[in-house]
Design a protein around this ligand. Structure first.
Ligand code: NAP
Length: 507
């Protein structure tokens, strides 16, 4: 039977959905193909953004980890945590050890606003704040003391909503969550009384989703304040496009209904206040030694619907600025990367080389493939598409449904199919549906036919964190929760504690 050994780099949703798709799709191949998937992650813990991105109070989204667990527990899957592509192993090591590699490392860097004062103490990236409250092993639990009374959160996407909610909500509500004890203590001692969520365009253009937005109005002791003038859909948009969107687009209509209701409320003065502002763009963060204010310029759309400034400025007295203006992927050592779109250049998940043709054995999935968009579930179909191509290329799979090889040897740009709507065959690959790629005979490489990755790691003194090690970490989290009388589990406070829990030395 043909055998395929695949490394998936990244154990977040995109990586684990790729592993799941590899198992499911390979199981129905004819002729059959046995598959082994090693899921490699630089962190000692799996689940990526589900563990270190989804807010602790979003328990139902966090429970996706329970579904992803079944992938890691599958007989054909191994977890190799604490192995860094770049520091520990190279792309060439992976390609020499496996038949194929799927890169699924997500988007972990923040975007910048490019305004003066952005690097002052007190001006921070939402990614750092999210990593902190999520107990990310890279972040010192003492990083944030929250002695600011007034905080501006820039951006009106779902990450900004998460950050604003965690800052504004009563920390007692987080006691039953998995938030680490040092983080809970810092939130308990927080002096934050006002949070300003700042949108550079209007409510019709805001990126947050209605469910997440509505939740802000349900927080105990938090008053949401919206200025009526800023939600007038025609006042800042002479094209009438915003009003049309609020009628025709279900997402916009949902958001706008919630926002308009808040704008109509009488302000009473809650214990903590959450201002949601529109048509304001940050132009400068003031110091001198740390953040003392934020200048905002009033914006509007012009007659052609283009976003523009108006030269009217206002300064907000804030002591902290959190920019939540989107995530970016970071390049992986040696792997092609598009510096403009911040993704790995690809055609439906096949990694493209400099000349635009697919690189044999290299695939990409998730945010690294398409940019930071969509919800967690979006990564499932995205990963399935990548895996369809992988199996078509290497194991005689049929390729994505509805796509047929044109055989002209040309490859479209990333995420596109050729103008004729067909996915061309990559040079050096068989047409989808053919039995196997050149160099991958029917017998398959088999165990030992390629360098054993674990042997290579051992030779470098690297012992990966196994799934059994991860279970020890989980047990330590459950024991900690019981000892603290807090919920089902509490995250360990630091990388040292994580390593101690699974008996691994720090490297
Ligand atoms: P996002 O949805 O792209 O939102 C980014 C926000 O930043 C937009 O409002 C954008 O405004 C604004 N922005 C960009 N550059 C700016 C600048 N220079 N100055 C001021 N504002 C600026 O990104 P995100 O919030 O990071 O979310 C990433 C993805 O994760 C999204 O798909 C999101 O839905 C998902 N997510 C989902 C959940 C959930 O389901 N609960 C939670 C968190 C994240 P413009 O529109 O004007 O560019």
């Amino acid at each position: 039977m043909r055998r395929l050994q695949v490394a998936v780099v990244g154990s977040g949703p995109a990586g684990l959905y790729s592993a799941e798709a590899l198992i499911k799709q390979s199981a129905v191949l004819d002729p059959p193909c046995a598959i082994r998937v090693d899921v490699v992650d630089r962190l000692p813990t799996p689940y990526g953004l589900v563990r270190y991105g989804v807010a602790p109070d979003h328990k139902s989204i966090k429970s996706i980890a329970e579904k992803l667990r079944t992938v890691l527990e599958h007989d054909s899957v191994s977890f190799l945590g604490g192995v860094h592509l770049g520091n520990d192993v190279t792309r060439e090591d992976l390609l020499a050890s496996y038949d194929a590699v799927v890169y699924a490392t997500g988007a972990m860097r923040d975007r910048r606003m490019g305004i003066p004062g952005e690097d002052l103490p007190g001006s921070v990236a939402a990614t750092d704040f999210v990593n902190w409250y999520s107990g990310h092993p890279d972040v010192d639990p003492g990083t944030f003391t929250l002695d600011a009374e007034s905080v501006a959160v820039i951006g009106v996407g779902n990450v900004a909503v998460d950050v604003a909610r965690i800052l504004a909500r009563n920390p007692e509500d987080l006691r039953e969550t998995d938030v680490s004890q040092p983080v809970l203590d810092a939130l308990m001692a927080s002096k934050v009384r006002e949070v300003h969520l700042i949108g550079r365009r209007g409510p019709a253009q805001a990126k947050f989703t209605t469910k997440e937005l509505r939740e802000l109005g349900e927080l105990d002791g938090v008053e949401v304040v919206v200025y009526g003038g800023e939600v007038d859909l025609d006042a800042f948009d002479p094209t009438g496009g915003s009003a049309r969107l609020a009628e025709a687009d279900r997402h916009v209509r949902g958001n706008y209904t919630v926002i308009r209701e808040w704008a109509g409320r009488r302000v009473t003065g809650g214990a903590r206040r959450l201002f949601i502002r529109f048509w304001q763009r940050p132009t400068e963060i003031h110091g001198p030694r740390r953040v003392s204010g934020l200048t905002l310029e009033r914006t509007r759309l012009d007659d052609s619907g283009k976003f523009t400034g108006t030269d009217f400025y206002d300064t907000l007295n804030v002591d902290m600025v959190l920019r939540s203006v989107g995530y970016q992927s970071v390049p992986l050592a040696g792997v092609p990367f598009d510096d403009r779109s911040y993704v790995v250049p690809n055609a439906e998940g096949r990694v493209l080389g400099q000349d635009g043709s697919p690189l044999p054995g290299e695939y990409v999935a998730g945010w690294l493939k398409r940019g930071p968009s969509g919800v967690i579930g979006t990564n499932k179909s995205d990963a399935a598409q990548t895996v369809q191509w992988l199996l078509a290329d290497l194991a005689g799979g049929p390729g994505p449904e509805g796509e047929h090889a044109s055989g002209n040897g040309q490859v479209p740009g990333h995420g596109q199919v050729a103008g004729n709507g067909q996915m061309p065959v990559a040079p050096g690959y068989p047409a989808p549906g053919y039995p196997a790629a050149p160099g991958y005979p029917d017998a398959g490489p088999g165990p030992g036919a390629r360098a054993s990755f674990e042997e290579l790691l051992a030779a470098r003194g690297i012992r990966p964190v196994s799934y059994a090690d991860w279970q020890k970490i989980e047990n330590a989290e459950k024991e900690l929760a019981a000892a603290l009388r807090r919920g089902a589990r509490v995250k360990l406070g630091s990388r040292e504690e994580i390593h101690r829990a699974c008996g691994m030395a720090m490297r």
